[in-house]
Design a protein around this ligand. Sequence first.
Ligand code: IPE
Ligand code: IPE
Ligand code: MG
Length: 260
Amino acid sequence: MQQMAGTSVSWGPHPSGGWSPLWAPGRVPAHVALIVDGNGRWAARRGLARNAGHAAAVPRLLDTIDGAVEAGIRHLSFYLFSTENWLREPEEVARILEIIGGFVTDNQAALHAKGMRALWCGRRDRVPDALGRTLAGFEQLTRDNRTMDLVFCVDYGARDELLRAAAELAREAADGRLNPDCIDVASLTSRLYQPGVPDVDLLIRTSGERRISNFLLWQCAYAELYFTDVLFPDFDRFALWEAVADYAGRERRFGKAGAA
Ligand code: IPE
Ligand code: IPE
Ligand code: MG
């Protein structure tokens, strides 16, 4: 375990004993969004039930968080439960939500001590009350922290988020509080679940799938995409740094002419 001098915060375990590679200033993505995928296949390959894969993801979330802080990432979003995941067997749904709640309960004090600001991105009207209270409590506890935003996407779907924002704009226009001709990117962005979190710079998906699955469609407009075959229960800070290293070597253009 690495100990920060003068505090009881532990930043481990760190298998190599070393620290993250240093990238040139401006080469580290400010916002990394990660689609946590492959838990079921990880379990199946071991002859285990799918839920064992979800449980095995928990320590990997913690290691990825530590690795993100070490790399200098400022906002880290995890896609943990989608608006479509309600279509799974009720037992699996219940277990995934229970694991998310347990993750927060067991680790919120340590994450708070590390300066994480927790944010919940998603619908707040459908998850079990206890989980809703846990996530909202974590947000409240950590609201003044600034080391890194930790965004939990739970009952999140980008279409759902955009429909909600569109309905809000329509309501305000109908009430005469908003001129429809003045609606711009900022007006819609400010009505998303977490308007203070900037666009995604680097989108990572584990498990070899190459799709977005309704994740942060608006915020990923110019994201760099990175797909890895690693299943999430095998993902760690080193796998994260590989993705960041790949990103650091890319040229982002945003529609402008390239350097070459
Ligand atoms: C990701 O792992 C967890 C959630 C989507 C909640 P999966 O459960 O989707 O694992 P695979 O894709 O079936 O392997
Ligand atoms: C996306 O993974 C949702 C989350 C990671 C929470 P899925 O495993 O549900 O996505 P699909 O169904 O394979 O596209
Ligand atoms: Mg999956």
